[in-house]
Design a protein around this ligand. Structure first.
Ligand code: NAD
Length: 334
């Protein structure tokens, strides 16, 4: 059996503590230490898993020499912490978004290439069972031609997030899912943004996106809604898929007019009428576990990273373009 990878987590706050837990649970890894600038947080998580704790992450890198490191510090510190971890010899899983700016994200990719390190970005939705099932249906052509992809990610304001606005914090999830599911790249976008309760940044965005293969996309994201919603809908010739990432439900609303046709991709859509509704059974599983297993397996096998730095940078670049569009009131070509 291959020796497990020595794993460490830097930043064991709300997200990083789950990385620490999962590294103790999967067979590919052994948790060798955690670091957090807040001593009490580091101690608590370290004690939970009986591993050494550090407030200075550079000391963790020197002492424990981890093979792989999760970087789960606040986004504005990703660049510096990730650079030091790569220089210390570790392959990296950086929580999304890859960095706070495109220049920093690109610098991380360049550094990883120069040092020969693996760099994966934690776009966890790709590992959500319902999104995986949706991707499979789309790939096997169950929707025929795709017309539109729409993402809604709304809910209350998480007070702990002060360093970035809702677009940089949440839109990378949806922008990445849109690229992942459609296999298409955005070419043009327009956004309206609002700042209501966040002191420094926007907390609401409504956006329109045009993709290179003609699909349109809509995004509704905010930290102002008293009910949490995480939905992806994809509309096409044969009907509409609705993926609920909170309940892990996948529904298909059939276009009866399409199913009555001798369907092939040369057919012309002559109408839309309500047909059957199917709720697909989804094998539930923890997305973070699937993400970290995919990361560790790729490192062990020397395979390409399942979510690359370039994927992470695209999602960040698009999110920042949304902010730019919203601030300028202009359509942006990307
Ligand atoms: N994939 C997801 O769904 C998801 C969900 C939540 C957060 N995130 C990402 O994870 C990252 C962390 O977010 P969070 O919500 O866990 O934040 P958080 O504030 O709860 O946790 C961050 C932790 O990092 C520690 N820290 C800060 N600077 C440090 C440093 N220099 N060295 C070591 N530790 C340091 C803090 O003390 C804190 O405990 C962000 O980039 C965020 O975008 C991703």
């Amino acid at each position: 059996m291959t020796a497990p990878l020595k794993a460490a987590v830097i930043g064991v706050g709300s997200m990083g503590r789950h990385h620490a837990r999962v590294y103790t649970q999967i067979s590919q890894t052994t948790l060798v230490g955690v670091a957090d600038a807040d001593a009490a947080t580091a101690e608590r998580i370290g004690a939970q898993y009986s591993v050494p704790t550090y407030t200075d992450y550079e000391a963790l890198l020197t002492e424990e020499k981890p093979d792989i490191v999760t970087v789960a510090v606040p986004t504005r510190y990703h660049h510096d912490v990730a650079t030091h971890a790569m220089e210390a010899g570790a392959d990296l899983l950086i929580e999304k978004p890859i960095a706070a700016t495109v220049a920093e994200g690109q610098a991380l990719i360049d550094r990883a290439n120069a040092l020969g390190r693996n760099l994966m970005v934690g776009h966890i939705l790709r590992f959500s069972p319902v999104i995986q099932a949706l991707k499979q249906h789309i790939t096997q052509g169950d929707l025929g031609k795709i017309f539109q992809v729409a993402c809604r990610r709304v809910g209350p304001f998480p007070v702990r997030i002060q360093d970035v606005g809702v677009v940089v914090d949440l839109a990378p999830h949806d922008l990445d899912v849109m690229r992942f599911i459609t296999g298409a790249e955005p070419i043009r976008l327009f956004a309206e943004i609002e700042q209501q309760v966040h002191t420094d940044h926007e907390d609401l965005v409504s956006a329109l996106i045009r993709f290179d293969n003609g699909i349109t996309g809509t995004l509704e994201i905010n930290w102002l809604t008293p009910r949490k919603v995480r939905e992806v809908t994809i509309l096409g010739e044969c009907g509409m898929f609705l993926a609920d990432d909170l309940t892990q439900d996948l529904f298909f609303y059939e276009n009866a007019a399409a199913s009555e046709l001798e369907w092939n991709h040369l057919s012309i859509l002559r109408g839309v009428s309500e047909g059957k509704m199917i709720r697909y059974p989804i094998q539930r599983g923890e997305p973070l576990r699937a993400e970290l297993e995919a990361f560790a397996n790729a490192v062990l096998a020397g395979d390409p990273m399942p979510v690359t730095g370039k994927d992470g940078l695209s999602a960040l670049q698009l999110a920042l373009s949304l902010v730019k569009s919203g601030n300028a009131g202009e359509i942006i070509s990307v």
